[in-house]
Design a protein around this ligand. Sequence first.
Ligand SMILES: Cc1cc2nc3c(=O)[nH]c(=O)nc-3n(C[C@H](O)[C@H](O)[C@H](O)COP(=O)(O)OP(=O)(O)OC[C@H]3O[C@@H](n4cnc5c(N)ncnc54)[C@H](O)[C@@H]3O)c2cc1C
Length: 384
Amino acid sequence: MAAEAASAAGGAVTVFDRMGAPARKFLMAGRGGLNLTHGEAIEALLGRYREARSRLEPAIRAFPPNALVEWCHGLGEPTFIGTSGRIFPRSMKASPLLRAWLRRLEGQGVRLQTRHDWQGWARSGALCFATPQGEREATADAVVLALGGASWPRLGGDGGWTDLLPDIEVTPMRPANCGFCVVWSQVFRSRFAGAPLKRIALDFAGRTVRGEAVVTDSGIEGGAIYALSAALRDAIAGGGPVTIGIDLRPDLSMEALARRLAAPRRGQSLGNFLRKAAGLEGVQAGLVQEALHAGADSGDLAGLIKRIPVRLESPFGIARAISTAGGVAWGEVDADFMLRRRPGLFVAGEMLDWEAPTGGYLLQACFATGRAAGLAALHHAAAA
Ligand SMILES: Cc1cc2nc3c(=O)[nH]c(=O)nc-3n(C[C@H](O)[C@H](O)[C@H](O)COP(=O)(O)OP(=O)(O)OC[C@H]3O[C@@H](n4cnc5c(N)ncnc54)[C@H](O)[C@@H]3O)c2cc1C
């Protein structure tokens, strides 16, 4: 996006990427439908960026969701707003959009250099790259770094850039929109790893989120967990493991559920009883059994089903997270995302110190900061 903005305004731009093809993580986001941005009111949207709101706001207001949607339309991809307000390309894929985007960039004269692994600077000030053909250097009047966070390193961004900017303060990178480790019993794990928990509500520290989650071999992940993940991660960092409550029947009141469960059990197995009286099967019934084995009160089944306690030990590693919290500290950049200590060097995207939930907020901020940094880099270069 930085390259597009700068080249459209007359800049001569080269994009270097260490991978054999660009935008691998963008393509991966397309596997989940490519949630480009969100249709909620701008105030609500800006609030999703928490403490970083004021830093990101000018860039997002300059390239808000409707501009992003227009941009997508301009590349020949119609969009739609899902029931949750999330905005997607109608194709639900990233590849046609990316192909059209790369064609546009080529048409604007942007050169793309793949398999160029940026290694820092030569004494002369030139950028140094490791390439399959050996070392290469390149000079530029301004540089935008958009090297990403540290999640999903096999897609290119591994957070290794921190070593290349030793004089720049970086807020430690942590997993964001991530799953959490749970010590499941052997029986539960072997039966239910990979099973989806649909139409549940999760409760933590007074916040309730409806959605879905997935039980994994080593814990739990998925949309509803991601929505609470920043609070969960920070609580665990501050005081150790935390317990969330899972409501397996959020559509039923405690009273209605208790009435159903008051039916005589008449020698039925717990599994059969849960299925018939509470409509719980498979992994959901398994969670009830797991909690009972761990010592939950079998005399209050309704209370248990409305709040299965699950202890989260720690976040999954950052490599598995959807995104990264932390990054280049805000004190290091000016309002144009230029590093104060390195005039002419700009930073955009997940490299910066912000986080947001899933819902299109991640790409929205990456696009907006990329565009702002690209335009500012062009102005800097023009003034040089
Ligand atoms: C599975 C998954 C699904 C997602 N789905 C969505 C979604 O639906 N909606 C949404 O808003 N967000 C989604 N995201 C998040 C979104 O993809 C990221 O926030 C976004 O791609 C970050 O953009 P970026 O440009 O900052 O970094 P990246 O996309 O990570 O790009 C960084 C680039 O820098 C290159 N690079 C890194 N270091 C070097 C180096 N030393 N030399 C040369 N090149 C280097 C990398 O190869 C890479 O191409 C998803 C993420 C994942 C993992």
